[in-house]
Structure formats: structure tokens, C-alpha cells
Design a protein around this ligand. Structure first.
Ligand SMILES: [Zn+2]
Length: 1015
């Protein structure tokens, strides 16, 4: 044993990292939105607009900048009027060539300090700009860079085509990359052929060139190459490529490509091809046969089932003909376009990146799934894994089922016999916020993928009941997907007259449910109707400014609290917990990259909520993109608007918040935000709802992990489950204590002591917890992502009364190999720690122990998220009324912080007791139950630390049942890793047995492990 430290109270400090701190500048609002709009409307700013325009077109290069500075001084015009005018003026800039506007003026606009700050609807203390001048400026510059790149790309294709791929690959700016790609549709065809050959040659070793390879394959009509691109490529360009290819493929060609992909490509790629080409396959009997054959395929079965379903009952996602027949021009229906500049007279709105169109496929990919694809995925996970349990929680106005899924094992009891805590998350309460359903589905996918890790995720699956409602507002979600690029424009009665950034409504931009709305977008009378489900909840329904009684308002609250069936369904979902076990709720929205929340009158709940959101945000910020989800001080207690995230803390006492998924959309963070973050042109600030396909995989996968972090935290504070002291020389366990669950609120300590500890003798201390306690990075213990190094600290010591003994400490290690005490973890990797130590009989220790003394083990550690252990495991730490109960601190006081466990007492003696009892070869013994003839067991200790056990018992039917186990002796213990039945032939015949007959056909482990201690 190598002694590392000589300490009174040993404190293990491992690697300090700086905790992440939210650094978000916030400004208070200075305008009510209605008053701001009125102020803008009331003042005639036409002359200002005219002056800006004349400065723009003047020959004097400094004129525009001078005019902009002048605008700042026009105190006769209120700020809303000035900023609205500025935005109107800027709408004209995007149609000009880049060189026409001075660099200085654009830089000035891109750094604009917003002056009209209106209260955020969730957190009125936070001001956000009513007029997004910065975003518009960033978008205009993106558009210019895009167009410049198109021109540069065309030149490159003509003059140096072999430089094209390298230029594109090394370009970091998304707008420029998109522009270069667009050049491939316009440039010299001989150049494109060369780029194509180069990209295809690189593709096998570099999937990063997928976009160029796909684009050139289509431009050159190289279908064989396209097939290769689908097989080897990656990213968001596959789906658009497949869709464009569909225009030139015959059904027979598509079917044969799919057939080849089945044999050669990863399932997810084949799934994409099937999803994207399903409409093309209609009526093709070979396709039908192929898909029928795939139904039994483990990975593609659900893909084929969905495609067959579609072929037999086709559903058209986009219905442009319906729109045309509507023949509405102004107010009008507009279409989002991926171009950087689209002509507004053609009823187009430019986005600057490809408009995501959902794909009918269940498997996750770089893009958005249709509702049918998501639903198939959820149901398939429920059918094919043990971890997803579906439940119908209600139905929509149109009679569609609203589904919830419980993630976890079958029962609602933890691995330790306690009631499982529950969490709830919902997506798609607002139809157009497509990020939410993907992230909710991502949580299900993450848990299923990680199951079997004997670690973090198995802990969650076996000890939490995680409820997911992937799509709450099913009708509305379907309406947005039916018209994935189309919506009404300039029809919102709450918009400013001649609003520079009008609110798009219905179609892709539907937010509310479909109460009173038909599915035909062209009908004008109903397109503003529907209830904002996130204004329909008690207890603060119809209060506050951000909820409206006007049925045409975007935030119409409905006729009464919980009037809407979808809102009722969410309340019902909590019962899957059941609601009495629910500890947390999160509502998934987009966009803003923040959390919104409401304080209740329970300050403890407020603190815990803040703490859990911090865990989430720091965890998420630790990903390479470093995106931090800020959150403010929360709504004042008693103040609200009928949000879902108010219902849960007020009615059920849960931690609760709303997560607005990226992009950002906030006052004073560095631009660009909204669509400009991804190279978008921000012609309309609502483009942030349209997250590009290229981002959703990252968003889905990384947010899921951050939510898992919060589930781990709310699963409960750590609690010691067992403590062993093992004699190092003999391997004998001299002391063992274990906390056994006695009821839902209590544990009992079972102690088994064979010999007192002796001075100057080496021991191993083993302590286990009821959750995995340490995160590892590359196999090494590391702070959990986003957590401070101090969460790795352990404070421990051995005490006589209140005086600590000197101890010599050897190796200390968290245990990530199985095997239980004294060197393995108990149930989950890193749920146990072992420390080698010796108590020297020095003068100080000798003063404390004159003969034999009771010594007290004091031990404190934090879990991965920094929750300190429950100081008193005898009362189960649990969630009651919005805070923890039975969670004691070091002084034994019930609270929310935990403390040092002092519940374990051991004897220490100065007497020389010699070696403890050990098992030795040749020992054997037999036990029998005198009340039960033929029941008992025999032990034989063999050489080489082997032991054998025979167990004679009866099965459930009263038939004799014999087992045998080979074990390993450890000092005075025998550990049997497996128990096998001895009665092969007999058991197989008896199919009436209540235990699974299949398990009896061969000698096979029945119980995980059994251990026996022999005194
Ligand atoms: Zn929302």
C-alpha cells in the first residue's frame, strides 16, 4: 500500500475547472408594445424615409452615414417611429448591389443599439427589441455575401474549376458556402464536370464534400453518382438531392436504386431514399414487393411500413393547387424561398438557406421528420424495445390521438424498491416550432440507444419514469407540415399598419391549435382562428398582458382554463407519473435560446428550479458550439398568463420551465441572431422558427443529453447504500452495513460486524451510493460537463466523539468495473468508491482510544451535478410539495442541500485480535430448513479460492428445484456470480411453470448474483 496523504479530515481535491457563468446582458423594457406601435403609426415618418433614400442614392459617399447619425438626433420622432422607418428603409437595401451602401453605414446598422425595448412576453422584466435592426443588417450582409459568392463561383468554374472544391471546403461563412453551391447551377458546364469528378473522387474519404457531390451529380445528370452520394454522403443536402432526383427518375429506376441501397448503404440512408421517393413509387408493383419484403427488417421495417401506408393512402404534404384556386393576392399567401433575394411581388419571402420540408421517415437524419414519420418512430421504439411505453392521453379537436410515452423500465419502482420519481416534457404545443418534437423524440432515441451502459443511462431507465409528449398540438403541427413553406402574410390584425416585419400566420407559421379552422389554407375567414394552447392553463389563465380574449390574436387564451382538449391531454400525461410523483416539467418551444419560468410562493422550489436550469445550461454550453441558454429571474410569484409551465409548479409543485430552442433572439447579445446565425437573410424576423435542416441533428442530439443531465439531478440526491471494511491481509470483511428500504419513506440500517478494527492494520473501505457518482472522459474521472471541479471533492474522516483520528490513506478510487465490494461497483459504474487506509497507533490516536472505542465514519460526496449526499439515509430523500423532504444536512436538518453522512459506527480496539476468520480449502458445511423437508444448501470450499454451492428448494408448483453455483472466496465471503439450475430435462417438460419456460432449456443464470457471508 502506498500512502498518499496523512490527514486529519481527508479532502480529495481533483482538478479545478472554472464554472461557467451566465453572462447575458439584459436591459429593462421601456415601451409597451401597443403604445410603441401606436407611436410609430401616429408619427409621419415618410419624410425621414425619403431623406434616407435620397442619401442612399446621392453621389456623396458619406451622405447615408450622415443621415443615419441625424436620425439618432430626431427627438421630435419617438424611437418606435424612427426604428420602424429604419427597418422599412433597410428592406430596400437588400435588393441593391452590395457596393451601393457604404461599409461604414452597414457596420453601423449591424451594431445598432435597439431603443424600443418591449417586455418579453414570458419575462416582462426583460426587454427585447420590437424592431430587429441588427438582424436585418446581418441578413442583408449575408445576402450580399451569398450573391458575391455566386458570381465568384461562376468565375471559378470558368477559369479555375479545380480550385472550386478547395475554396468551398475551406470557407467558414455559411452564406458564402451557399452562394458557391448556387453557382453550380449557373456556371460553366465543363467546369462543373471537373468539380463533379473531383468531389466524387474525394467523397469516400471525406463526406464533407457531400453537398458539392450531390449538387454536381444532379446538374450533370449522373444518377449512378447520386446513388454513391446517398450511400457515402452525410448531412442535410441528401434529402434535397433525392427530391430533385425524383423529378428525373422513373419509378422503376427509383425502385432499383432503393433495392441496391438496401444491400449496400446504412439503414438511415436507405430510409431517407424511401421516404423522399415514396410519392414516386406509387403504383409500381416492384416497389410494393420490395417494401413488403423489408417489413421484417429490423431497422427498415418501420420505414417500409410507413411507405406502404403512404402508398395505399397517399397524403399530399403541399397543396399548391389549393392555394392557386384561392386566388388571393393582397392580403396574401406567400412562400418561403431558399434564395437570398426573392421578389416580393412574386409572393416570395427569402430565407437564404434551403426551406426544410419534412420527410416521411421514422429514422433520425439531418432534417425534420413528418408527423407520420415521428409517430412511426415512437410506436416502433415502443414495440421493439423494452424502454418505451405508449399511452393515449387525449384527442384533438379533429379526433387525432395525442400520445405520451413513458421512458424507463416496466415498473414504477426504483432498483432499490422506492417509488420512481417522474419527469414530463412536451413538444409541439405551438405548431410551427418544429425543433421541439424532434428534441422530444431525440430524448427517447438517446435513452434507447444508451440502454445497457450499466451507468448513467441505465440508472435513469431503472430509477426514473420519464414521460415525453412529443407533439401536443397534433392538428396544428400537421397544418404547418401540410404547408411547409407557405403562410399568410400581412394579415395579422395586431401588426402595425405597413409593418416592416409583418407576422406571418397559419400554414407554416401556424402557432395555435385548429379550433374553428379547416385544413384548407386558402380559406381566409378562419386562418387567424385557433387557441394558443400555451395560454389555456390554470391557475393564472386569462391574467396578465400576454394573453388575449380576441380569437384572432396569436395569443388567444380560449373560452376557459383547460377549454382545449390538447391542454387537457397534457394534464392527463402527468398521471402517467402519476402526478403525485412528478418532480419536473419542461415545455419545448422555439426560438430564442433561453429558458422561461415562473416563481411560485415556494422559495425552495424557486432555488431548486434555478439550480436545475443551471445544470442544463452549463451542460449545454460545454458542447463545442458553446451555446448558453440564459434565464432571468422568472415571473413574479402570482403573476402569469396561463402558461403550461405555470400549471405544473402551482398545481403539482414541480420544477418547471420552458425552453426556447435556438436560434437566439434577444436584445443585446452579439448579432447575428435568428436566421442570420445560419447565413439566413432575415427578410422577416420570424425566420428563426425555420431552423435549417443542417442544424437539427446537432440540436436534437445535444439538447437530449442536456435534458438527461437534469433528469439525473432530479432523480434525487445521492444516498449511501452500503459501507464495508475489509481486512487487507486476508480479504475478510470485518464490518458491513447496508441501508435496506423499509417503506416509501424509511430505510433500516443492517449492520454485520465480525471483528473490531485494529490499529496499524491495513484495511480497505468501500462505500456505495444509490446512483452513479462520477462522469468519465476518455476513461478518466472528470467533472460532469459544465460542472465545477469542486463537485469531485470528497470529505471524509474517522472520528472518536468529535475528534478525528489520524489515518494513513492509500489508494482511493471510484470503481468502474463490476464485482461489488471491495473492488467493484455495486449496481452502476462509479456508484462505489474504495479507499485503502491504516490507523496508526500514534500518540494522538492513542490518547483518543485507550482500550476499545466506537468510531464514527463521516463521509460526504457530491453527485455529478453537485448535489451533496443525503446525510441521513434512514429517511428517504423524496420530493414533497415542491421541495425535498427527508434530505438532511450535516446537522440533521431537513432541507435541500444535504451534508455529511455520520450514520456508520465501527469498533476500533488496541487489542491484538489477530487475523479475522477466513474461508479455507477443505471447509464444507450444510444448512437445512427444519420446517421444510428437503430445503437447504451445502457449501464446499475448494482450492484456488473456489467454492461451490448446492441449493435444494422447491419451485412455485411445489416441485423440487435444485441449483448449483460456482463462486469465488473473498476472505470470509463467497461471491457467486451466477446461479444455474440442475434440472434441465424435467423443467423443460413442465411448461405450466410460472417462470419463463424458455429460460430453462439450458443451464443459464437465473438470478444476477448471490453472496453469502460466513462468520
Ligand atoms: Zn412557443
Amino acid at each position: 500500500m502506498h500512502y498518499l496523504l496523512r490527514l486529519h479530515v481527508l479532502t480529495l481535491l481533483v482538478c479545478l475547472t472554472t464554472p461557467l457563468i451566465a453572462s447575458t446582458m439584459r436591459q429593462a423594457p421601456n415601451w409597451a408594445p401597443g403604445l410603441a406601435r401606436e407611436a410609430a403609426r401616429a408619427h409621419d415618418s415618410q419624410s425621414v424615409l425619403a431623406e434616407l433614400k435620397s442619401a442612399l442614392y446621392s453621389d456623396e459617399p458619406q451622405a447615408l452615414m450622415a443621415e443615419l447619425l441625424e436620425l439618432e438626433k430626431r427627438d421630435n420622432l419617438p424611437w418606435p417611429a424612427r426604428e420602424a422607418t429604419l427597418l422599412r428603409f433597410m428592406q430596400e437595401l437588400r435588393f441593391l448591389p452590395a457596393g451601393m451602401v457604404s461599409v461604414e453605414a452597414m457596420a453601423y446598422l449591424a451594431a445598432w443599439r435597439p431603443r424600443t425595448l418591449v417586455p418579453n412576453i414570458h419575462q416582462p422584466s426583460i426587454g427585447e427589441p420590437l424592431y430587429k435592426v441588427r438582424e436585418a443588417a446581418a441578413g442583408i450582409q449575408n445576402g450580399w455575401r451569398h450573391d458575391a459568392a455566386v458570381n465568384a463561383g461562376v468565375v471559378l468554374l470558368r477559369e479555375q474549376p479545380l480550385d472550386f472544391l478547395g475554396t468551398w471546403s475551406s470557407e467558414p461563412d455559411p452564406a458564402t458556402r451557399n452562394g458557391l453551391l448556387a453557382a453550380l447551377s449557373e456556371g460553366s458546364s465543363s467546369g462543373i464536370v471537373l468539380v463533379h469528378e473531383q468531389a466524387m473522387a474525394e467523397l469516400p474519404g471525406n463526406p464533407g464534400v457531400t453537398e458539392v457531390a450531390a449538387r454536381t451529380a444532379l446538374v450533370t445528370g449522373d444518377i449512378a453518382a447520386l446513388e454513391l452520394v446517398v450511400r457515402l454522403g452525410e448531412g442535410a443536402s441528401l434529402v434535397p438531392a433525392l427530391r430533385r432526383a425524383a423529378a428525373t427518375l422513373s419509378p422503376a429506376e427509383a425502385t432499383s436504386i432503393i433495392a441496391r441501397l438496401v444491400d449496400t448503404a446504412p439503414a438511415a440512408k436507405t430510409a431517407l431514399a424511401i421516404g423522399a421517393w415514396t410519392p414516386l413509387l406509387s403504383g409500381d408493383s416492384d416497389a410494393e414487393t420490395l417494401l413488403q419484403g423489408l417489413l421484417v427488417d429490423e431497422q427498415l421495417g418501420s420505414v417500409a411500413a410507413l411507405a406502404l401506408n403512404r402508398l395505399h393512402s397517399p397524403q399530399v404534404l403541399t397543396t399548391p393547387s389549393v392555394l392557386e384556386s384561392g386566388a388571393v393576392s393582397n392580403p396574401r399567401i406567400v412562400t418561403w424561398s431558399g434564395d437570398s433575394i426573392a421578389d416580393p411581388d412574386d409572393d416570395l419571402l427569402s430565407l437564404g438557406y434551403p426551406v426544410p420540408i419534412p420527410v416521411d421517415t421514422p429514422l433520425p437524419f439531418d432534417g425534420f421528420r413528418s408527423y407520420a414519420g415521428l409517430l412511426m418512430r415512437h410506436q416502433n421504439l415502443a414495440e421493439t424495445t423494452a424502454w418505451i411505453h405508449p399511452a393515449e392521453i387525449g384527442s384533438t379537436h379533429s379526433g387525432r390521438t395525442v400520445w405520451a410515452y413513458r421512458i424507463g423500465d416496466e415498473d414504477k419502482v426504483t432498483a432499490y424498491g422506492l417509488p420512481e420519481p417522474a419527469s414530463l416534457i412536451s413538444g409541439g404545443i405551438h405548431s410551427r416550432e418544429w425543433q421541439g418534437p424532434e428534441v422530444a423524440t431525440g430524448i427517447m432515441e438517446l435513452m434507447v440507444e444508451q440502454a445497457g451502459d450499466h451507468y448513467f443511462y441505465d440508472y435513469l431507465l431503472e430509477n426514473m419514469n420519464m414521460i415525453v409528449v412529443p407533439v401536443l398540438n397534433v392538428d396544428g403541427f400537421l397544418q404547418t407540415q401540410r404547408f411547409p413553406s407557405t403562410n399568410w402574410y400581412e394579415t395579422d390584425p395586431f401588426d402595425l399598419e405597413d409593418d416592416p416585419q409583418p407576422s406571418p400566420r397559419d400554414g407554416r407559421m401556424r402557432r395555435k391549435n385548429m379550433l374553428g379552422v379547416d385544413e384548407n389554407l386558402a380559406t381566409i375567414d378562419d386562418h387567424l382562428l385557433g387557441v394558443d394552447l400555451n395560454r389555456n392553463f390554470p391557475p393564472l389563465w386569462a391574467t396578465g398582458d400576454s394573453s388575449s380574449p380576441d380569437e384572432e390574436s396569436l395569443i388567444y387564451h380560449g373560452v376557459g382554463a383547460l377549454s382545449e382538449p390538447e391542454a387537457q391531454a397534457l394534464v392527463e400525461a402527468a398521471e402517467l407519473g402519476p402526478s403525485s410523483h412528478l418532480r419536473m416539467y419542461t415545455d419545448l418551444h422555439s426560438f430564442a435560446q433561453v429558458h422561461f419560468w415562473a416563481r411560485t410562493f415556494n422559495d425552495r422550489l424557486t432555488d431548486i428550479t434555478r439550480n436545475v436550469m443551471t445544470t442544463f445550461s452549463n451542460h449545454h454550453a460545454s458542447f463545442p458550439e458553446g451555446r448558453y441558454y440564459g434565464f432571468g429571474s422568472g415571473q413574479e410569484p402570482g403573476v402569469g398568463a396561463g402558461f403550461a409551465y405555470e400549471y405544473f409548479p402551482y398545481e403539482l409543485g414541480t420544477v418547471s420551465w420552458l425552453t426556447e430552442i435556438e436560434p437566439r433572439n434577444s436584445c443585446c447579445w452579439d448579432p447575428p441572431t435568428a436566421g442570420a446565425e445560419y447565413g439566413g437573410v432575415v427578410e422577416n424576423g420570424h425566420d428563426g422558427f425555420i431552423l435549417p435542416d443542417s442544424q437539427i441533428r446537432r440540436v436534437r442530439e445535444e439538447l437530449s443529453q442536456s435534458f438527461a443531465a437534469t433528469y439525473y439531478q432530479m432523480a434525487g440526491p445521492p444516498s449511501i447504500t452500503a459501507v464495508h471494511f475489509v481486512d487487507a491481509a486476508t480479504g475478510s470483511t470485518v464490518f458491513e452495513a447496508g441501508w435496506h428500504v423499509a417503506s416509501e419513506t424509511e430505510r433500516e440500517l443492517h449492520v454485520f460486524e465480525t471483528q473490531a478494527l485494529q490499529f496499524d492494520r491495513e484495511y480497505r473501505l468501500w462505500v456505495s451510493y444509490d446512483k452513479p457518482m462520477r462522469w468519465r472522459s476518455g476513461g478518466q474521472i472528470a467533472p460532469f460537463p459544465g460542472q465545477a471541479g469542486s463537485t469531485l471533492d470528497i470529505e471524509a474522516g474517522l472520528f472518536v466523539n468529535d475528534s478525528s483520528l489520524n489515518i494513513l490513506l492509500g489508494d482511493v478510487a471510484w470503481l468502474d468495473t463490476p464485482g461489488d465490494a471491495p473492488s467493484g461497483y455495486q449496481r452502476y459504474r462509479d456508484d462505489a468508491i474504495a479507499a485503502d487506509f491504516l490507523i496508526p497507533l500514534d500518540a494522538a490516536n492513542g490518547d483518543l482510544v485507550s482500550d476499545t472505542a466506537t468510531i464514527n465514519l463521516r463521509w460526504s460526496a457530491f453527485d455529478m451535478t453537485g448535489q451533496e449526499s443525503d446525510a441521513d439515509p434512514s429517511t428517504v430523500a423524496r420530493w414533497v410539495g415542491g421541495n425535498w423532504a427527508g434530505y438532511e444536512d450535516s446537522d440533521g436538518a431537513d432541507g435541500d442541500i444535504g451534508g455529511m453522512d455520520r450514520t456508520i459506527n465501527v469498533q476500533l480496539t488496541r487489542e491484538d485480535l489477530g487475523d479475522p476468520f477466513v474461508l479455507e480449502a477443505g471447509m464444507s458445511s450444510a444448512w437445512y430448513d427444519p420446517t421444510h423437508n428437503g430445503e437447504g444448501f451445502m457449501l464446499e470450499i475448494l482450492a484456488d479460492k473456489l467454492a461451490v454451492m448446492y441449493w435444494f428448494t422447491y419451485d412455485d408448483m411445489g416441485k423440487q428445484d435444485w441449483y448449483i453455483a460456482i463462486g469465488e472466496t473473498r476472505g470470509n465471503r463467497i461471491v457467486f456470480p451466477e446461479l444455474s439450475t440442475c434440472r434441465v430435462a424435467y423443467s423443460v417438460r413442465n411448461s405450466t411453470r410460472t417462470r419463463s419456460p424458455g429460460k430453462w432449456s439450458v443451464q443459464q443464470p437465473l438470478f444476477g448474483r448471490t453472496a453469502t457471508t460466513v462468520p
